[in-house]
Design a protein around this ligand. Structure first.
Ligand code: NI
Length: 209
């Protein structure tokens, strides 16, 4: 059976029955990759580009696999502090350990798996990231800033954790609409225009889903 991006449906915690997949630790992936895992990775890459996000983890499309795809486009990076564009790439069996234990930074995050809440999520600024790529090659590196934030968000998905678990009572939070408005209001005029472009593109993508 072939699997393309159209066959992948995003699941949310608000959907009855979907919380189980989103709330459990995903299964590890073995090498060499199976045909099923290769097909899933290809479909997840397509899906991430289609929805205009920066990251996607397999449980979000209802597969219990420790597979993450990340793509940080230039315009997404331009909106954030301490962010660099990242090509489309795959993290398998990824783990992280904080290198800045006391130092967490709160910044806006939303999630395709959480329809009703967004907010400024605390994340470690610098982490040690260990993962395998699609060829089974092990990577062990120190990453920081926005990329480290995205990695922590996506690894959380493979651990069964969501932004609602990370948003403590003292965090700024609200509906995605409220948080989008708040985030927009903090941006410089030239970044507002860029933000509007990205939001419009995501809304168009969502309407096609
Ligand atoms: Ni998410």
């Amino acid at each position: 059976m072939s699997l393309d991006a159209r066959a992948l449906n995003l699941v949310t915690i608000e959907q009855p029955g979907s919380e189980k997949m989103l709330r459990k630790k995903a299964d590890p992936v073995h090498f060499p990759l199976s045909k099923e895992d290769k097909d899933l990775i290809a479909a997840m890459k397509e899906k991430l580009l289609a929805i205009g996000g920066v990251g996607l983890a397999a449980p979000q499309v209802n597969y219990s696999r420790q597979i993450i795809v990340i793509y940080i486009a230039e315009n997404a990076a331009a909106l954030r502090d301490d962010a660099e564009p990242q090509p489309l790439h795959v993290l398998i069996n990824a783990r992280y350990t904080p290198l800045t234990k006391k130092h967490k930074i709160n910044d806006f995050e939303g999630c395709f798996s959480v329809k009703n809440k967004a907010g400024k999520v605390p994340r470690y600024e610098t982490i040690r990231l260990v993962y395998e790529d699609e060829n089974g090659q092990r990577h062990d590196k120190v990453v920081h800033g926005f990329y480290a934030r995205v990695v922590q968000h996506e690894i959380d998905h493979t651990e069964g954790l969501l932004i609602v678990d990370r948003l403590t009572a003292d965090c700024i939070q609200g509906t995605p609409e409220q948080m989008m408005e708040l985030r927009r209001s903090t941006l410089a005029p030239e970044k507002k225009a860029l933000y509007d472009q990205i939001v419009t593109a995501q809304q168009i993508a969502a309407s096609k889903e």
